[in-house]
Ligand binder design. Structure first.
Ligand code: 3AM
Length: 170
């Protein structure tokens, strides 16, 4: 199964991010991420066998992460896949440390492949016209987190569907 580790926004923030996704979608088109799928990917693991996934889920349930606050105040894009996202610098270093520490553990578990770089972002749109991303409204949101989730991603004709498999200690 296809797995990734992510932070999931609390309900209030999810709603606000959804509102931003609506604004971006009206401007740039593409495929809007459903509110329930909004997340910050910390580690994409790719295909993992079921037995290994069960081990990973047990590891996640026992994990306690350093809590942090990430300030979201910036629009951004990845041109080739047409991704429109929001992110921010404040709190980014702590997310980098969290991501780096996770990859050290994942490597010792023999899972996944550490990416060359990490650019924390919350994807709002895919396959969008990223050139239209000018003069977007200002953003100032704050994301307080203390838990991560192990998510299964299933691809179908409508895109990816996500299912939570495990949550770290709160
Ligand atoms: O929504 P974001 O951009 O945070 O882009 C995929 C998504 O991230 C990314 O993992 C998250 C859940 O699918 N992803 C998908 N395939 C990937 C790959 N082969 C990938 N990241 C790296 N390598």
């Amino acid at each position: 199964m296809r797995l990734f580790l992510a932070l999931i926004p609390p309900p209030g923030l999810r709603k606000r991010l959804g509102a931003l996704a609506d604004i971006a979608h009206a401007r740039c088109g593409g495929r809007r991420m459903p509110d329930a799928s909004l997340h910050l990917t910390l580690a994409f693991l790719g295909e993992v066998e079921e037995a290994r996934a069960a081990e990973l889920a047990a590891w996640v349930r026992g994990l306690a992460i350093a809590p942090g606050v990430w300030r979201l105040d910036r629009w951004g894009s990845f041109r080739r896949p047409g991704i429109v996202w929001v992110g921010g610098d404040e709190g980014e270093a702590a997310l980098g440390r969290l991501q780096g520490g996770l990859w050290s553990s994942l490597e010792s578990l023999g899972l996944g492949e550490r990416p060359a770089r990490f650019m924390p972002h919350v994807t709002l749109l895919r396959r969008a016209a990223v050139d239209d991303l000018e003069n977007m409204p200002a953003i100032d949101l704050s994301w307080s987190y203390n838990q991560l989730e192990l998510i299964q991603s299933t691809l179908d004709e409508r895109g990816a569907r996500y299912r939570r498999l495990a949550v770290s200690q709160g």
